[in-house]
Write a protein that binds this ligand. Structure first.
Ligand SMILES: *Cc1c(COP(=O)(O)O)cnc(C)c1O
Length: 375
């Protein structure tokens, strides 16, 4: 049995340090907007090569609040990927704006710049690329489109903390980047959490105001805001974990390399590594024409798998009102039928990696080789 994710070894390793930090916070009695949160903001901003960090209650809130701070309103359009977690689109909807879905590059699973270009209208205000599974979207052409059409670029970095695009940290390429500290992310808290990183002083001030009831000075409210903060306990956990992140991401890459070698001769597509990005392997995601059968057989062999994401956002019931039809985003739709993800986490043992590789080899050797199956 190998689960898709097991955090127990990581938690056990850091537990004494975390318990000490919790004890200090309990004694201090300061639970919200204290020194742990402020230090975490500085430390994460540094990792993301950005001037400021604004910690909030979730990755979804990070996206929502930055779009709100950009002045998004009903009638505005934001071009994004349909092959993402639904939060990416929800944040746009919360502002009353309309998500417009462009197709992906089927190799990287990230926004295809030509498809974005085709969807720019007079109402487009922003482009929201997602750095899915830990690999950067191709930012240069997107940034160029944004410059030409005066659009904001907001990066969804929820799955990509530590990823570099042409050597530069994701989150620092557009106006701002949004991180999630959901427990399963590469840097995970013990509950919900998120952060916006940006180098804009104005945006930093605005977001710090928006997350706490539109208030700069207590009980004086400049605007109608929100209650969306990261508490001190979560910030302390994340500060203890952050120094390990680079090593953990490297360990994920080693697991991926082992898988790549183990699957090189199988009728399956291993993750494509774009020349412009490293990969921090939030997920290790394969493609096969026989996905559902492969997943079922792996399950029978005790191997945890997950399909991220089986239904693209434009075909979700929640977004039926937007009027998309099957066939509108061919690459997105095909990939959603063919992908599945294998267990990957930094603490995976050699035995676990071997077990997964052997099971995958066993299952995939039985699959017919489909000569038509390629990109
Ligand atoms: C996890 C995730 C989010 C949302 O983050 P939460 O902290 O769960 O609100 C947004 N976008 C993507 C791509 C994600 O994976």
């Amino acid at each position: 049995m190998v689960p898709i994710l097991d955090l127990s070894a990581q938690t056990a390793l850091l537990r004494p340090e975390i318990e000490r930090a919790f004890a200090e916070i309990l004694t201090s009695g300061r639970f919200i907007l204290g020194s742990q949160g402020e230090l975490l903001e500085q430390e994460v901003a540094q990792v993301c090569q950005s001037r400021y960090g604004i910690a909030v209650a979730s990755g979804t809130d990070a996206l929502h609040l930055i779009l709100r701070a950009c002045g998004l309103k009903p009638g505005d359009e934001v071009i994004t990927s349909s092959f993402s977690f639904i939060a990416t689109a929800e944040a746009i909807s919360y502002c009353g704006a309309t998500p417009v879905f462009a197709d992906i590059d089927p190799r990287t699973f990230n926004l295809a710049p030509q498809s974005v270009a085709q969807r720019i209208t007079k109402r487009t205000r922003a482009i929201l690329p997602v750095h899915l599974f830990g690999q950067a979207a191709d930012m240069d052409p997107l940034l160029e489109l944004a410059r030409d059409h005066h659009l904001f670029v907001i990066e969804d970095c929820a799955q990509a903390i530590g990823t570099l695009y042409r050597g530069q940290a994701v989150g620092s390429l557009g106006l701002g980047g949004c991180l999630s500290f959901y427990p399963t992310k590469n840097l995970g808290a013990f509950g919900d959490g998120g952060m916006v990183v940006t180098s804009s002083l104005g945006l930093n001030h605005r977001l710090k105001q928006l997350r706490t009831h539109g208030s700069k000075t207590r009980y004086l409210h400049e605007e109608v805001g929100y209650t969306s903060r990261l508490d001190e306990l979560q910030a302390a956990v994340l500060r203890i974990k952050l120094p390990h992140l680079a090593r953990w991401n490297a360990a994920r890459a080693q697991v991926a390399q082992f898988y790549n070698q183990s699957f090189a001769d199988l009728p399956v597509l291993t993750p494509y590594c774009a020349p412009f990005s490293n990969h921090t392997y939030h997920q290790y995601t394969l493609r096969t024409a026989h996905r559902d059968q492969v997943v079922a057989e792996l399950k029978a062999l005790g191997i945890g798998t997950m399909v991220y994401y089986p239904v693209p956002i434009h075909l979700q019931k929640a977004y039926r009102a937007l009027g998309y039809q099957p066939g509108d985003l061919p690459h997105t739709e095909r990939v959603a039928q063919e992908v599945f993800s294998l267990p990957i986490f930094p603490e995976m043992t050699h035995e676990q990696q071997e077990q997964v590789a052997q099971a995958v080899r066993k299952v995939l050797w039985q699959q017919p080789v489909d000569p038509a199956f390629s990109l």
